[in-house]
Every structure is written in structure tokens, then in C-alpha cells.
Design a protein around this ligand. Structure first.
Ligand code: PDD
Length: 279
């Protein structure tokens, strides 16, 4: 079995699962989501994802999709366990199934769509190419909503330019990637945008800082300009589906790749921790 999906109590292969046309996710993207990595059929950092999920739901006033938090956790762990090995578990909750109307329906009962599929982690040592894009998004970037149009457009533009990820720039400062957080290392210090309404509080971002603390590597939470990326020793891209990448190019110009020691120290410590957690 390569994947398994779930919708409001029904299980099916992902390709065969259908959802009602009146699920508000379909016509409004009115929902929030999470994506986490699993190994040996065991999700990694699930608590952090569930915490962010609950925050996202609260922010947009969507009801929790299961009777209890334990029930959701059980469903997600069950999906990972059924697939086994390593991969991604994804879940989303939309507000309700109801006729199209912008305001919330009365007595809304939220929906849960979830799936797990095999997906190996890529190669952390393989450098990637980045390009900057105007960050045209709103000030709710801390909420992991299904509304991802600017992210999709940026990701596609990067792909068409032969790049692996787009770096959003707002008022001259880097916020985050189209589906990742962006950090730099300069003189053995990590610099990363502070959490707030302009970025998603990445799980790997917070883990990176935890690992840095453990290793005695300093960090500073502040925005940086794209120009700082050119003079940085390393440019890091993090997300729960790939964990770490470092960049070799930004807008066609060489960046980073000058402090592989610190990069690999962080990655090595992170992977040891992840492997212990998913033993
Ligand atoms: N995206 N910022 C954005 C806009 C993201 O979409 C993501 C992750 C991150 C990194 O967050 P985390 O470290 O918790 O994955 C930052 C997921 C992987 C996705 O949309 O598929």
C-alpha cells in the first residue's frame, strides 16, 4: 500500500477518495491544514503540528474536527502505521459542508480529510536554487490556511525559472519561502525572521533553534534583506517535508555554501534527534 486516505470516517486509496462539492474547502479553501513527516510508520514532532493546527483552527474559528484531540491523534498515527516506512501525513479541516455563502453556516460541523503516503526525504547535501518574489500575501501568514494562491504562483514562477523555491520579500525584507522558512548563517550565527503575522511559525524553524541552542550555536530572530543572503555563509531552507536544504544560488547569483561545517553540524544533530523519536 503506497497511500491511504480518510474523510469523516471513511478510508480509501487517496486516488479514489471523493469529497462533497459543498465542502467549503472546495469553493472557498475555507480550512486549515498540516503536513508532517513519519518514519518507521511513526509521525515526527506530531505534538508540534497538532498544537499549530489547534492555533490555526482557533484563529479562523473552525471547530475541532474530532470529539477529542486524542481521537485525531489516533487517526493520524493509524494512517502512518498502515503505510509504514517513511513519508508524509497530511490533514486538513474545513469549516463545514454547506451551500455557498461567505458567512459561516449555522451549527457548522467541520470536516476532516487526512492521508499518508510514502515519500523519502531528499538529500540534505544537494544544494538548491532560489529566486525572490514580491510577497503579495496578507497578514495572516501565521495561520496555515488552505488559501495558498500567492504561494502556488510563486512556486510555479520559481519552477519555470529553473529554481527550487521562491523567497518572499516584503518591504525589502525576506519573510519566508513559498512553502518553507528561510534562514541565513553568518559568522557561525543563525539569523531568521521572527514569528508573527508575516511568516508561518515553522516546526522545523523552531526545532532548528532548539538544536542550535543545544550545540551552542548563536541565533538572532530578525528579518534580513536579500542582499544579506549574498554575503551569508549559508542560506538554509527548512520545512517538515524535506527538513533541510542549503542554497547555492539566488536570482542566478552564487550564495552560501561557505560554512558546510555548521550546516552539517545542525543537520546531523537534528537527524539524530528525529531518528531517536521515530525509532
Ligand atoms: N509547508 N512557511 C510556509 C509558507 C510553509 O508552507 C511551510 C511548510 C513552512 C515550514 O513549516 P514547517 O517547518 O512546519 O513545515 C513555512 C508545508 C510543508 C506544505 O505546505 O506542504
Amino acid at each position: 500500500m503506497n497511500n491511504i486516505a480518510y474523510y469523516n470516517g471513511t478510508y480509501a486509496p487517496l486516488e479514489e477518495l471523493t469529497i462533497p462539492a459543498l465542502d467549503r474547502a472546495v469553493y472557498f479553501g475555507d480550512g486549515v491544514y498540516e503536513a508532517a513527516y513519519f518514519r518507521n510508520g511513526r509521525p515526527f514532532a506530531l505534538d508540534d503540528h497538532l498544537k499549530r493546527f489547534k492555533n490555526s483552527l482557533g484563529f479562523v474559528k473552525i471547530a475541532y474536527p474530532t470529539e477529542s484531540e486524542e481521537e485525531l491523534e489516533k487517526i493520524l498515527r493509524g494512517l502512518c502505521d498502515k503505510i509504514g516506512g517513511e513519508g508524509i501525513v497530511y490533514w486538513q479541516t474545513s469549516r463545514a459542508t454547506a451551500p455557498r455563502n461567505h458567512a459561516f453556516p449555522e451549527n457548522a460541523k467541520s470536516n476532516l480529510l487526512a492521508w499518508a503516503k510514502h515519500k523519502p526525504l531528499g538529500d540534505f547535501t544537494a544544494p538548491i536554487k532560489l529566486m525572490t518574489m514580491d510577497d503579495i500575501r496578507y497578514k495572516m501568514c501565521n495561520v496555515k490556511t488552505l488559501n495558498l494562491m500567492p504561494n502556488i504562483m510563486a512556486s510555479q514562477a520559481a519552477k519555470e525559472s529553473g529554481c527550487d523555491e521562491a523567497v518572499f520579500v516584503r518591504d525589502g525584507l525576506v519573510t519566508e519561502g513559498s512553502h518553507s522558512n528561510i534562514h541565513i548563517i553568518k559568522d557561525k550565527k543563525i539569523i531568521t525572521h521572527e514569528n508573527g503575522s508575516l511568516i508561518l511559525p515553522g516546526t522545523v524553524r523552531s526545532h532548528l533553534l532548539r538544536v542550535a541552542e543545544k550545540l551552542g550555536i548563536a541565533y538572532e530572530e530578525r528579518p534580513f534583506a536579500p542582499e544579506e543572503m549574498y554575503t551569508a555563509d549559508e542560506v538554509l531552507v527548512t520545512s517538515a517535508t524535506t527538513f533541510f536544504r542549503h542554497a547555492c544560488e539566488l536570482n542566478g547569483r552564487a550564495v552560501g555554501m561557505r560554512d558546510n561545517e555548521t550546516y552539517m553540524q545542525l543537520v546531523g544533530e537534528y537527524m539524530q534527534w528525529m531518528e531517536r523519536e521515530t525509532e
